[in-house]
Design a protein around this ligand. Structure first.
Ligand code: GLU
Length: 413
């Protein structure tokens, strides 16, 4: 088992902190920080204009002591092995925290999907499966959508894999419902954010109704979080995407904004809103700042200046370790990624169960299952944070790390 301690991603310090709190020794920590497998493949792609460009695809599998490896595939120019290592580990912590019988993995391709035609994207995806198929499978490793990938990409993966192994819908989750996808999978991460925020408000004897939220990111996670929070009576005062941000302190009409984004490809240009840059958006005064874009959005500098009461991590790892320490010092509550952004993988799990049992669930069953799992995880995290007088992130990491370590220990020795 390769160790990643040599070039530890800085976020690995969250894991280290949990291991220290749990009084694990170096041997136990290296078991947690170790990775089972890393795959890197080169994919020369003939572009539509006849030129050749080589892309690299990766899959990092952290552990499978609790079940098959599970986690997203991201298509983004920034994809690199070191970050994927931490993200794979983060998936293990997510699945452990919500008690799914799954492990953790992450992968992707270092491409910009916005600059590829549909044909190029399809060829690249199929090529990736041709190179990766021995390392994925319904009982081995089950990819899902992540940054820059969607249900369509999952449908191509399923099809290419099925060419080799016969019809196998359980090889990926987040597929279109017509070919085995779970109802509500696309909105699940966003809805999970709403459920966790609601639970935390209840825990503080508060409510979401009438609160304000700023959302960084209006992709698959951010837009569904915005819709869910609107349904819960939260006023969304500003949102951003990779092109920039918009603000309306009286509240944005989220339904219309979603239509605008689909039509124009960006939130910019939405009527009855003013433009605001991404940094200014992060510093807005609000009850909730929902981070639903890329990792590392809040470092020490931003953390020392932001004015939100509560930060919600809808993306993976949006608050850097150093930023998190500043927020803890400032008494700003963070609803951590391994809790707040777990709705997606919970519904992925339901999809996988449907696929291996060939028995579709209704959307009501899925919503009920999601609510039960997230509520239980929230209760556990809030209890540990109160009992051990630590942040919600520390509590979540301690619970997940202990579960993971116990499973790794039992299966390894
Ligand atoms: N990409 C999502 C995440 O980071 C979902 C992973 C999955 O469903 O397997 O949680």
């Amino acid at each position: 088992m390769a160790s990643i301690q040599g070039d530890m991603h800085e976020s690995m310090r969250f894991l280290k902190e949990a291991a220290v709190a749990l009084e694990y020794d170096d041997r136990e920590f290296s078991l947690l920080a170790g990775l089972s497998r890393e795959v890197r493949v080169a994919m020369p792609l003939q572009r539509d204009d006849g030129s050749i460009q080589t892309y690299y695809g990766y899959r990092v599998q952290h552990h499978n002591a609790l079940g098959p490896y599970k986690g997203g595939l991201r298509y983004h120019p920034s994809v690199n092995l070191n970050e994927l290592r931490w993200l794979a580990c983060l998936m293990s912590l997510k699945t452990a925290l919500v008690e799914l019988p799954l492990g953790g993995a992450k992968g992707g391709i270092d491409c910009d999907p916005k600059l590829l035609s549909r044909r190029e994207l399809r060829s690249l995806t199929r090529y990736f499966v041709q190179k990766l198929h021995r390392n994925i499978g319904p009982n081995l490793d089950i990819p899902a959508p992540d940054v820059g990938t969607d249900a369509q990409v999952m449908a191509w993966i399923q099809d290419e894999y099925s060419v080799i192994y016969g019809y196998t819908p359980g090889v990926v989750t987040g597929k279109p419902t017509l070919v085995g996808g779970a109802r509500g999978r696309e909105s699940a991460t966003g809805r999970g954010i709403g459920i966790v925020m609601q639970e935390y408000a209840h825990h503080r004897a508060d409510e979401l109704l009438g609160k304000t939220a700023v959302i960084q990111g209006f992709g698959n996670v951010g837009r569904h979080a915005a819709s869910d929070l609107t349904d819960r009576g939260v006023k969304i005062i500003a949102v951003s995407d990779s092109s920039g941000g918009i603000i309306n302190k009286a509240g944005l009409d989220v339904k219309r904004l979603v239509k605008h984004k689909d039509k124009m490809g960006s939130v910019l240009g939405f009527d009855s809103a003013e433009e605001i840059d991404n940094q200014a958006l992060l510093m807005l005064k609000c009850n909730y700042l929902v981070l639903a874009a890329l990792g590392g959005a809040v470092d020490e500098t931003q953390a020392s200046r932001l004015k939100a009461e509560i930060v919600v991590e809808g993306a993976n790892n949006p608050v850097a370790y150093a930023g998190d320490l500043v927020l803890r010092d400032r008494g700003i509550v963070v609803l951590p990624d391994i809790l707040a952004s777990t709705g997606g993988v919970v519904v992925s799990y339901f999809e996988w169960v449907q696929n291996i049992q060939h028995m579709p669930w209704s959307e009501d069953d899925i919503t009920a299952g999601l609510t039960v799992r997230l509520t239980k995880a929230c209760d556990g995290v809030f209890a540990v944070a109160t009992g051990q007088n630590c942040s919600l992130r520390e509590a979540a990491h301690r619970i997940a790390t202990k579960r993971l370590k116990d499973a790794l220990w039992i299966t390894s020795f």
